[in-house]
Design a protein. Structure first.
Length: 643
């Protein structure tokens, strides 16, 4: 396996491949000159050493028997000024099984992917791209190039040859869910939607009885003072009980005093477009004109209509003629009513006076409409009476996806971003989301975002210290504010969580790591499997994947009940359609073309056939064992507490 990158995702991915999949890994990092670190010539070597130290730390946690199986497979770390054909050749791409391109720059990943496909047409590519549409076109291009380079190759053999992933898309549903108390954690891949909700020890979710759900995904380690999201804590330390992932029915019945995570709903219909998208088709009169202007125009219209009726009654003319005379008088272009009855003269004077009142009202309406169109391209300021919203800090790649997700859920959001040219600013402007431009560490910025009236703070900047500082300052303004932090370092996250919970025991505190959520999906894709997504359980992860039963001794020929391995994996759904008729990617299928293929309530006595495909929930180590990369089959069941 070859991993190209130099950020946190590359570190996590390299450790994932080595620790769980026992794969031989080559890591390619930019050199110091490529990174622009002329003042620090050893910068590239420092990054390379950091990656190597991370992998070695993962190996040190293995048992002696497991470590012996990795003898002679020391990870190779190399530097490259330019990630071109020469660097990829030196990394052994021509002989590699898979290549992960996880640089933060889309252009760098695309250039390397095109070069790698020329070097090895059979290479499995996993590319990190933020642009979804570009990723779809790139995957089609690379698959077509692989097919043309190998005449006579069956197109079905190209399944999973090119996989486009985004760490932002993988982590956004879980991050958005943590910002809304009671919202279930979700894994979404186009047409497929899995939702999990937290249930307290009393069996209730947000004051109502929870449904039994399809299955219990986990027994949580703590539920005190956190009834809506017991999985908000960080990684457990010494003296704390670990969450129990994928427990069996006996453990669920006998365990008391702990919350649980249940698979509550698996319904693609829930991902339908929200009502506000349809409402956008109507004329936005309420946005163009203020309430005062609308009521004034309505009052003048009623007065003019009354004057037209009076003209019709006094002149005994046709109704259309009376209306025409009223409009002429309103616009002051009719002849004076000299020598006509007094009633006609009085009506003409009143109509002319109404015309004088109409002119400034029309001018105000025109100015308001122009101002609305001018401000449509500007960022909105938070309204005065706004309350119960979510304050989102950071509009980078992660913040942009989370903002889109919160908007789809109908959650009011106020964004705070220091850089006016940030990636998410155009989205905030298009969605008309209130945005405050400024450094969140400066005094008055969070106050401008109405944090004292907010229900949650979601800190998603790229700096752990900035997220912590903003959380502490927000808690000083509102002590019971729900806080969700994006933190990379597990030890730092544990210390932050314990301190905040001790200082504010009645407030909800949660921490999430984007790389922890994304790395399992990237590693699974490198192994050639459909990893649909991940759900965080405290600081741990449950993976949802689609596997073909054929070739898996733990699944083939066994019943659904027999295939269940507590703490490792559990079959959730079965696709029994013929392989030539089913979709190649169950996560990308829509509800129209997938139909009833997926059975989400399989019978325990159903025997899994080689032609079946299953959707299962698994721990990281359990999925690695299913893929046949564990040297000791008992390692997963004996060491699941370290997930």
């Amino acid at each position: 396996m070859v991993v190209c990158g130099d950020d946190a995702l590359a570190e996590r991915l390299a450790a994932e491949l080595r620790e769980l999949y026992r794969a031989q890994v080559t890591i390619v990092v930019p050199s110091a000159r490529a990174a622009g670190e002329f003042a620090q010539e050893g910068g590239g070597r420092m990054r390379a050493a950091a990656l190597l130290n991370r992998v070695q730390a993962a190996m040190s946690r293995l048992s002696p028997s497991e470590g012996d199986s990795l003898a002679g497979q020391t990870p190779r770390v190399m530097e490259a000024a330019v990630l071109g054909e020469d660097a990829l050749t030196d990394a052994g791409v021509a002989r590699a099984d898979a290549l992960a391109l996880v640089h933060d720059d889309d252009e760098t990943n695309i250039r390397a992917a095109l070069a790698a496909r020329r070097l090895n047409p059979r290479l499995r590519l996993v590319i990190r791209l933020f642009d979804r549409k570009l990723g779809q076109h790139l995957a089609q291009l690379l698959d077509q190039a692989a097919l043309l380079a190998q005449p006579g190759l069956d197109p079905e053999a190209l399944d999973n040859t090119t996989t486009i992933l985004s760490d932002a898309d993988t982590a956004a549903p879980a991050l958005a869910a943590t910002a809304v108390a009671g919202t279930g954690k979700v894994v979404q891949a186009d047409g497929l939607l899995l939702r999990a909700v937290e249930r307290g020890p009393d069996g209730r979710v947000r004051g109502r009885l929870a449904t039994s759900g399809l299955c219990t995904l986990a027994l949580l380690s703590s539920s005190n003072n956190d009834p809506t999201d017991t999985a908000g804590s960080d990684s457990s330390g010494a003296g704390q009980e670990e969450p129990l992932l994928l427990p069996d029915d006996e453990a669920v019945r006998t365990t008391t005093g702990r919350g649980s995570l249940i698979l509550d709903t698996v319904t693609p219909e829930e991902s339908a477009a929200p009502p506000h998208r349809l409402a956008a088709r109507t004329l936005p009169f309420g946005q163009l004109f203020s309430r005062r202007v609308r009521w004034t125009l309505a009052g003048l219209a009623v007065c003019v209509f009354g004057l037209a009726l009076a003209t019709w009654a006094t002149t005994e003319s046709h109704p259309l003629g009376a209306g025409y005379l009223t409009l002429l008088d309103l616009l002051a272009i009719d002849d004076p009513a000299m020598g006509q009855p007094p009633a006609r003269q009085v009506i003409q004077l009143l109509t002319g006076f109404a015309g004088l009142l109409l002119l400034p009202v029309l001018m105000a309406a025109v100015l308001e409409a122009l101002g609305t169109f001018r401000s449509a391209s500007a960022l909105r300021r938070p309204p005065r009476g706004l309350s119960g919203h979510v304050v989102l800090l950071g509009l980078g790649k992660i913040g942009t996806r989370v903002l889109a997700r919160l908007h789809e859920l109908g959650v009011p959001v106020v964004c705070v971003e220091e850089n006016p040219e940030a990636r998410g600013i155009p989205l905030a402007r298009r969605l008309r989301v209130p945005t405050v431009i400024g450094d969140v560490r400066d005094e008055g910025v969070l106050e401008a975002a109405k944090v004292h009236r907010a229900r949650a703070l979601l800190a998603l900047t790229s700096l752990d210290t900035t997220n912590l500082e903003s959380a502490l300052y927000a808690r000083s303004i509102k002590a019971d504010l729900q806080v969700s932090l994006r933190l990379y370092d597990d030890a730092f996250a544990t210390a932050v969580y314990r301190t905040l919970r001790a200082a504010h025991p009645r407030a909800l505190t949660r921490s999430r790591s984007v790389t922890t959520l994304a790395a399992p999906a990237f590693a699974g894709a490198m192994m050639g499997r459909h990893v649909l997504g991940a759900i965080p359980v405290e600081r741990k992860v449950l993976l949802f994947a689609a596997l073909d039963v054929a070739g898996h001794a733990h699944l083939e020929g066994r019943t659904v009940a027999e295939s269940f391995r507590p703490g490792a994996w559990r079959v959730l759904a079965i696709d029994s359609t013929a392989p030539e008729e089913r979709e190649s990617d169950p996560g990308a299928a829509t509800k129209e073309d997938r139909g009833p293929a997926l059975n989400w309530e399989p019978r325990p006595e159903y025997v899994l056939r080689p032609t079946d495909r299953v959707v299962l929930a698994a721990t990281r180590r359990g999925l690695a064992e299913l893929l046949g990369t564990q040297t000791a089959p008992s390692a997963a069941s004996a060491d699941t507490s370290r997930q």
